[in-house]
Design a binder for this molecule. Sequence first.
Ligand SMILES: Nc1ncnc2c1ncn2[C@@H]1O[C@H](COP(=O)(O)OP(=O)(O)OP(=O)(O)O)[C@@H](O)[C@H]1O
Length: 768
Amino acid sequence: MSKEANSRANEQKRVDFVIDEINQKAQQLYTKSKGLQEDVIELRKTFWDDVKINLDEPDDIIETEASMKQQAELLAQREQIHGIMDEQLKTLKRLKDSPYFGRIDFIEDRETEADSIYIGINSMMDHEDENFLIYDWRAPISSLYYDFSPGLASYETLDGTISGEITLKRQFIIRQGKIKGMFDTGVTIGDELLQQALGNNASSSMKNIVATIQQEQNMIIRNERSSLLIVQGVAGSGKTSAALQRIAYLMYRYREKLHADNVVMFSPNPLFSSYISNVLPELGEANVRQTTFLDYLKDKIDDSITIESPFEQMEYVLTQKESNSYQTRVKGMDYKSSIAFMKLIDDFLTQLEEDGLHFKNITFQKRILISKEDIKNYFYSLNKEISIPNKMEIVVKWLLKELQNHQKVEKDKDWVMEQVELLDKEAYLKAHYEDNDDDVSMEEDILREAVVKRFFARIKKQVKQFKFVHVLATYYKLFHEGTVNVDVPSEWGQIAVQTSKNLSNRFLTWEDATPYVYFQGKLLGDNADRSVRHLFVDEAQDYSAFQYAYIKHIFPYTRMTLLGDINQAIYSLATKENPLVPHSLESSHERITLTKSYRSTKQIVEFTKKFAPGEELIEAFEREGNLPKVIQVNEESQKREVLIHVIEELQDKGNETIAIICKTLQESKEIYELLHGQLPVHMINEETYSFTRGLLVLPIYLAKGIEFDGVIIPNASDQYYVEESDRTLFYTACTRAMHELVLIVEGEPCFFIDEVQRNTYELIQSTT
Ligand SMILES: Nc1ncnc2c1ncn2[C@@H]1O[C@H](COP(=O)(O)OP(=O)(O)OP(=O)(O)O)[C@@H](O)[C@H]1O
């Protein structure tokens, strides 16, 4: 047997042994868990048998409560242990298929023998709980695997640095308990393993990358120092992957303190949220709170106000250039994205301390109980030193007191008696018991009280929610009177008219959404969100300076990881003052730059980097593929045939997921109509929450962060990608491709293609 075959046979023996241990452990755990489950069922069945119920005397009631509590605690405890065992069983099941993916042999300084460390998704000890058969990839010692090649190496523990030498670094592909591949590696982690991982077909959900994390990605994953970590990484460099493995790492490292609901991730769209939702559970961790920034804001705004989505805004920018109000809107977007606008709002808030806040009448049965003037007078009678939100709290207290008086007055009115008659039997019985003197008029009094209390409860709740403050009307005023002594853009007059019109329709454009929520928080009090210990912002290039300032304002104590690619800043207005741009205003932070692109073949990266804004910083991973194709069609009528031909060709080559990526939703709809009925094609829109493999049509902004086996840009001519501002859109679209990229051009190619050397793509004149 060759040396290699011999060592593979030995490794397989070890795998068999570990799987044997896993089976034994699973069996023991299963037996225990089953016993516990029966216990839980029995406890639930007999719950009331063991509770002593006696409600005769106050003491008996207390004793009954205590007995119920004890029984409930017992049940909860068992259920919790059962839950933990269930998780352990799931972990063992995962390990059984593929117990580990890496091995390092490490000799610590001053030791003579190397220890073999096997690394997997979770750790596992032998049945005597003495030795680790598998180390979790997040354990301190496992960092050796990611950070070093064979030779001198060290890792950090709580007790300090441990140094030594790696004498062997090996990788495995194990499936269903069998070693399918085994490689001894040198400098980087498994080119071969990585080649295999990247060569696979795209999936409708993202995969974990723990077996092949690269050194530069590991720096992001294991970073514990920075309270603000900024990652600028080119398309496909593994930013999202690093973010997700980082979450898993932090949850492991701070297991006692950090729970899934202490971590929030802002993702670019709902489709992306579902795309990445598998990774953490696959790593044995619960999913963290994921939301789009739009949904986050929506939660804070009154339901009666409509908010435009960033995608609608984008669609407007791309398709409404001819509209009369376009220039004003774009200027308004620019200004409202800036810190200067936040200063304008702050200045307006200072004015509001003196005068100008709008309130709403508090009404009951169409009668005004407390008028907006009275509320305003009361508000402005309060000491000027008190902040607006604190004054609001005082107003709430005052209003509740006033309402209590109104409630008393209402109680004796005729309408109350009508409502009393509609009360149910229970209310009557209650009144009867409460009335100790058996006095009928007292009983009526109690019933009247019950009615008004119920009616007033709703008003009081609204008061506590500050519904008496007319935030929208006050914000509206900002565009009329809020600009005294402040510099505003020269187009401010038109911007103000346009904004007022939208606000009158209770409509907030995307550029107004964050300023409005900020403004509202400054009036009513923003609760700094302390529960969020770590915030991840993916596609961070698409946030404006205003949005960042707001995020910082609302999460002042939260550690943040911002990940993005300035080359993919498709909301061009958002790039100004963006923290991803070096030398931006960020003060204390750590910055990591990723330059290697893993997603696409070398040929696709070489092609796309030529028109990327920051070309020199893009490096391709060595994975070979076909040259991208530029197909020229002569007339519109050819397009459908060419498109169908291209799709079929890509499918024949084994590409399972093919995306036709368009500039706008409008264009996507046209392409969909062209193909619908001919091919099984799926249209993806803002409401699509998940996708399956197959043929998809979607606008660029919904393809953000996602990847496909093949990408077709159906209109890559200079009619569609016209201006410099289209560059990032075009780059984002092309970089979604893993294996194949095809651009169809009717007429002249867009000037981005002209920037690319001719030998990096195949030019085809369609004769179809
Ligand atoms: N170390 C790695 N091992 C295996 N696959 C990797 C690795 N790093 C990245 N990938 C793969 O490369 C692809 C791109 O990764 P990811 O989506 O995380 O990149 P990104 O930087 O967020 O991309 P974009 O900005 O273009 O959306 C994914 O398929 C991911 O699985």
